[in-house]
Design a protein around this ligand. Structure first.
Ligand code: F3S
Length: 279
């Protein structure tokens, strides 16, 4: 039995930064979950007293509020300021960039396309920076462009940080065939990309792939999809308790990787359990 770790895995720069900010602000609360990993959120609560607001109504005047890694909608920020909250911004700088691009391009009268999942908090935040919401469109692939009637002839595009570049290129191809001016901003995060490339490589060398991360984490789910393309026995787990021994039956080489919000202490527990089960 052999356990191989991906060459890039786990916490990205933005998540490390957000956790440090939360640890530095004991007994504050985050606006929405700080990152997509419940185990780490529990650790911050238990060890640092960092709580969670699920809605703006829960915030009281002068509370200290940490803005989550994925950012929040512009109007929520206005509301927090009205409540005189002590605002600590843990938005990943790579998420702030598309927010600012959407603001600027929409002020310059470009119609906006966001490549991403409209229900994801990052995309909701980015979209909110459009001058008017009726000219900002969120698409998952090029087929979603069909039927859209843009207000302006100039289009600007940004992407959710965790999306696949290949699909973004197809969306851009499709736009360029129809419009004279398409401004493309590559806002896809390299940290995600490095984890994805390492997962692709490792999945080709192993019998089983274990992907560790939050089941609501977009970048973790992307790792699962990539792994499944090369290794049919790929599984997504949040922690070592979800390991099923049957996965290892008659298998020799196990690959392990983790999403960008998965802490190292969980990864180590998983590896330890895999080794113990295979003794
Ligand atoms: Fe930021 Fe990229 Fe991580 S956008 S939160 S560094 S995956």
């Amino acid at each position: 039995m052999e356990v191989k770790l991906a060459t890039h895995y786990g916490f990205c720069f933005g998540v490390k930064r957000a956790i440090k900010i939360a640890q530095d602000h004991r007994n504050s609360s985050t606006m929405g979950p700080l990152i997509h990993n419940q185990n780490e959120i529990n650790r911050l609560k238990d060890n640092y007293g960092v709580g969670l607001y699920n809605s703006l109504n829960e915030v009281k005047d002068n509370d200290t509020v940490i803005i989550r890694t994925h950012g929040i909608p512009k109007n929520d920020l206005v509301q927090l300021k009205k409540k005189n909250a002590n605002i600590i911004n843990a938005t990943c700088p790579f998420v702030t960039t598309p927010q600012q691009i959407v603001k600027k391009m929409s002020e310059d009268n470009y119609s906006i396309i966001i490549f991403g999942d409209e229900n994801h908090p990052e995309v909701k935040g980015v979209k909110s920076y459009g001058k008017t919401q009726d000219d900002v469109y969120v698409v998952l692939d090029e087929t979603d462009l069909e039927g859209i009637v843009f207000k302006y002839n100039k289009i600007a595009t940004v992407a959710q940080t965790t999306r696949k570049k290949e699909i973004y290129l197809k969306i851009i191809d499709s736009l360029i065939l129809k419009y004279k001016e398409v401004r493309v901003f590559n806002t896809i995060c390299d940290a995600t990309f490095e984890n994805q490339a390492a997962t692709k490589k490792l999945a080709q060398q192993v019998d089983v792939m274990i992907i560790i991360g939050g089941k609501n984490s977009s970048n973790t789910k992307q790792l699962l999809y990539i792994a499944k393309d090369y290794c049919k026995d790929a599984y997504l787990i949040e922690d070592e308790q979800e390991i099923d021994t049957i996965w290892f039956d008659k298998k020799n080489i196990y690959g392990v990787t983790a999403g960008a919000s998965t802490p190292d202490w969980i990864i180590q527990k998983v590896i330890k359990k895999i080794k113990r089960l295979n003794k």
